[in-house]
Design a protein around this ligand. Structure first.
Ligand code: CP
Length: 310
């Protein structure tokens, strides 16, 4: 019997993973984090494999982190820009990916504004598909790096109170964090203006709040999300200033949190809107550690999925 805890050629969503699979990725990432602390930060794990980074939507952290992870694993890398590709001429995403596959690519890292784009491609192609963020649906490697950072600080996930505050409605990070954290036994709270926090999330086991103080009381972790103006079709709250006043987390908020609570943000930050600059750069912030851990997590994901290619 094969009891190796990973057998997937794709990483599409944390919803699809068992708690054991999530923990296996985190444990593998711990090993890869050690590689980045060595003098020679490179291993031959993906030598001979070709990875294509398809970012059809803007990205700084995820794109650079994946590319660096691929370099550290010794893969051959192609970076495809949507603007300079034949997608602009009307070629379908599937045709584009089939052509890339015809050039013997092994893995595609895909960021796309369309919810479900990676799920659509994965069963139709031989190469592995890694979801680097699809619409408002999922961002599994972001959630894995968030969970990795929390586990590194507290030594566990089970029983921790994690509050995620902001534009939940449009957030793939909130959805992915929710699945991962609930599967590992955390207590998850979503908070923000009621127009941006659908009550339906309670059915998944999340506590939903439209009051910031309630959301922060007793929290071990607070993860702030920016307002995603690019995905909003109408005004969900009166103004950015009003949002910052009612839902912005700042020095005042610290009195409600547990004393050692972590301040997290997936980036990009809208400083002094969802989070004050003082807290973003303060002692409890782990925002840049999240970025550092993202490299280890992405090395682990690339390594594991590459090991399952036929
Ligand atoms: N957190 C995140 O996905 O950031 P980017 O959009 O810059 O990749």
């Amino acid at each position: 019997m094969n009891d190796y805890p990973w057998n997937k050629k794709d990483l599409l969503s944390l919803y699809d993973l068992s708690p054991e699979e999530i923990v296996f990725i985190l444990d593998t990432a711990e090993e890869f984090k050690k590689v980045s602390q060595r003098k020679i930060k490179k291993v031959p794990a993906l030598r001979g494999k070709t990875v294509v980074n398809m970012f059809i939507e803007p990205s700084t952290r995820t794109r650079i982190s994946f590319e660096l992870a691929e370099q550290r694993l010794s893969a051959d890398i192609i970076n495809m820009s949507a603007e300079a590709s034949s997608l602009r001429k009307g070629e379908t995403l599937l045709d584009t990916v089939r052509n890339i596959e015809a050039l013997q690519a092994d893995l595609i890292v895909l960021r796309h504004s369309a919810t479900g784009a990676p799920n659509f491609l994965a069963p139709r192609v031989r190469c592995g598909i890694i979801n680097a963020g699809d619409g408002a649906h999922g961002h599994p490697t972001q959630a894995l790096l968030d969970i990795f950072t929390i586990r590194e600080k507290f030594g566990r996930i089970k029983g921790l109170n994690v509050s995620i505050v902001g534009d939940i409605l449009h957030s793939r990070v909130a959805r992915s964090d929710m699945w991962g954290l609930l599967k590992l036994g955390a207590n998850v709270t979503f908070a923000g203006p009621s127009t941006l926090v659908p009550r339906e999330f309670t059915r998944a086991g999340v506590r939903v709040c439209d009051n910031l103080k309630d959301a922060l009381a007793g929290a071990d972790v607070v993860n702030l999300l920016r307002i995603q103006h690019e995905r909003q079709r109408s005004g969900f709250f009166p103004s950015t200033g009003e949002y910052a006043k009612v839902f912005g987390v700042n020095r005042e908020s610290l009195k409600y949190l547990n004393p050692n609570a972590l301040i997290m943000h997936p980036g990009p930050i809208n400083r002094d809107v969802e989070l004050s600059s003082e807290l973003a750069d303060g002692a409890q912030s782990v925002i840049l550690e999240q970025v550092t851990n993202g490299l280890a997590v992405r090395m682990a994901v690339l390594f594991l999925v590459a090991g399952c290619l036929k």
